[in-house]
Design a protein around this ligand. Structure first.
Ligand code: NAP
Length: 514
């Protein structure tokens, strides 16, 4: 009890206004009722009591009649909770006991100064229930219900849009939340659509449902307290997106300039059909106010295709590169694809070497990788007259890049041995090697023995900031440039496109220890 109350205290200090006591696991033990009474009496904030049974994803194993009777006793006790959660299915499984519970609430509410509300809930941990709309209708028509709660496991970001539609069309206080990796949006944006409450865990690792954010994340990272009806929505589209630093930077930026926006991780599976369907739905849902996104692996090429198919505009450099990392959705619904990686890389490089871009002419540059980020950097360097050699795992992708940029400048394809035998002025990693959560976080894309002394070694991976490549370069006397240098510059340009304002400098000075 002591630990539970401490945890509740911490939650209230962090900003929780209501505590949900999940008593599932207490029930059935000796003195359960006494323990629950202690929790209710000493609760640091008004509370919801929930005793979730096994058949609805909870831990309570006692017979249904016993469970509902316990809830009834709690309601009739001296310290009743502000809300009691009752599963809709309980009304079907044990109608008499469930109705007795509802009657007990009515009776308790006749006591002076006491008001207990009933939350009627329905959860689906497998996906969107086929009869979702029918369920909501039945719940809405149920007598004695104060709040309707529907929760399901989202199959894609599009499920959030349905949750928002449910909230918009509600005729009673309603909670519509999506669980799992696709569901964060429904939890953060609940206030935009008038959701009754949202749930957050007291601390990371203490979630009571998959995909729940912590109070700290919700309030400090996702700007929960400032979300309202007109809040504009942005995000980072990728697969996976869990490691992205972008939400931290852009949300801090919105805060600093008081822009009414929120920036979320937007996971979209790698196939183009997923990208097209999801991003199309986000743009087409006018009430969402979706205004733009950063687009990362593996969707940078998909963004160009998508914007072309929808008749949007493609910035010439992005079109030339064939990859874009920024989506802008204008107020009239028109869309633009922009590449901010390319200018960011060139600016970061020049700042580190303290040179003007023109001075890159004739520099010998080894590019490791031939994916989206490499294409952007190669285009920028080739345009400035640098002598670029590409080293890539698969030959055909390197050849495709050489072919694509043929009219711009001759680009060479390198053999692995050249990285030992030859010395380049600049080395740039455009692979995910060294990245947390990537194919090999411990690997450097350069072989041992590469002659790096005096060269500039530029990393594009920024999580972690100090990668195996950066360590190798430092140990071999190279000048190093970490991935954050480029990252904050490309983020700054995106921010300008979306808000018309510069990303504040203190936001750009992200913690390099992270
Ligand atoms: P991408 O389009 O998927 O390309 C990845 C490239 O890395 C491909 O050339 C691929 O080779 C190569 N590669 C992948 N796994 C490899 C492995 N195990 N061994 C050797 N080569 C491998 O990805 P991207 O969009 O270019 O992103 C690459 C990296 O850039 C990411 O780590 C990302 O974090 C970073 N990035 C940083 C910034 C920044 O602002 N700092 C911006 C964008 C991206 P194949 O062609 O053989 O598949």
């Amino acid at each position: 009890m002591h630990d539970a109350l401490d945890q509740a205290d911490r939650a209230v200090q962090a900003g929780a206004r209501l505590i949900e006591w999940r008593i599932d696991a207490l029930v059935g033990g000796d003195d359960a009722f006494k323990a629950i009474q202690t929790l209710l009496r000493d609760s640091p904030a008004s509370c919801i009591v929930t005793c979730r049974p096994l058949w609805e994803g909870g831990l309570c194993e006692v017979p249904e009649i016993e469970r509902l009777e316990l809830l009834r006793n709690i309601i009739e006790s001296d310290s009743p909770p502000k809300y009691v959660d009752l599963e809709m299915l309980a009304l079907e499984r044990s109608p008499e006991a469930a109705i007795a519970l509802i009657d007990a609430i009515k009776e308790t509410n006749t006591r002076p100064g006491v008001e207990v509300g009933l939350i009627l809930s329905s959860h689906d941990f497998k996906g969107r229930p086929v009869d979702l709309i029918q369920k909501i209708e039945t719940m809405t028509n149920e007598m004695g219900v104060n709040v309707i709660k529907v929760v399901w496991l989202a199959r894609s970001l599009r499920d959030n849009l349905e949750a928002f539609a449910i909230l918009r069309e509600r005729s009673r206080p309603t909670l519509a939340l999506c669980m799992g990796e696709f569901g964060l949006m429904s939890r953060v944006l609940a206030p935009k659509f008038g959701g009754f409450i949202t749930f957050a865990s007291e601390a990371p690792g203490h979630e009571t449902a998959p995909g729940q954010a912590s109070i700290e994340e919700l309030r400090n990272l996702y700007r929960f307290d400032s979300i309202g009806r007109d809040t504009k929505v942005y995000g980072v589209i990728g697969w996976p997106v869990g490691h992205s630093l972008s939400p931290k930077i852009h949300n801090a930026g919105f805060d600093a300039i008081e822009h009414d926006g929120v920036y979320l991780p937007l996971p979209v599976p790698k196939e183009y059909e997923h990208f097209k369907a999801t991003v199309g739905s986000l743009i087409d849902d006018e009430r969402l106010d979706f205004r733009g996104a950063s687009v990362t692996i593996p969707h940078k090429e998909n963004l160009i295709r998508f914007v072309m198919e929808r008749g949007g505009s493609i910035e010439p450099m992005a079109g030339f590169i064939g990859a874009a990392n920024t989506l802008v959705v204008n107020e009239d619904g028109s869309i633009e694809a922009i590449n901010t990686d390319c200018p960011a890389a060139i600016k970061a490089l020049c700042a580190r070497l303290d040179i003007e871009p023109d001075a890159l002419q004739g520099k010998r540059v080894a590019i490791l990788g031939a994916g989206g980020v490499a294409r952007g950097i190669v285009a920028g360097l080739a345009q400035l007259g640098a002598k670029v050699t590409i080293f890539n795992r698969s030959q055909n992708r390197a050849e495709a890049m050489v072919e694509a940029f043929r009219e711009l400048a001759p680009i060479a394809i390198g053999e692995a041995l050249q990285l030992i035998d030859e010395r380049f002025d600049i080395y740039i990693n455009g692979t995910p090697l060294g990245m947390n959560g990537g194919p090999d976080p411990e690997a450097s894309p350069l072989p041992d023995g590469a002659p790096l002394e005096g060269a500039l070694v530029m990393e594009t991976v920024y999580n972690p900031v100090e990668t195996p490549l950066i360590r190798q370069a430092e140990a071999n006397g190279a000048i190093t440039l970490d991935g954050l240098a480029m990252f904050v510059r490309q983020a700054g340009t995106q921010f300008k496109h979306w808000t018309g304002r510069a990303l504040p400098v203190d936001v750009m000075d992200v913690d390099r220890g992270n």
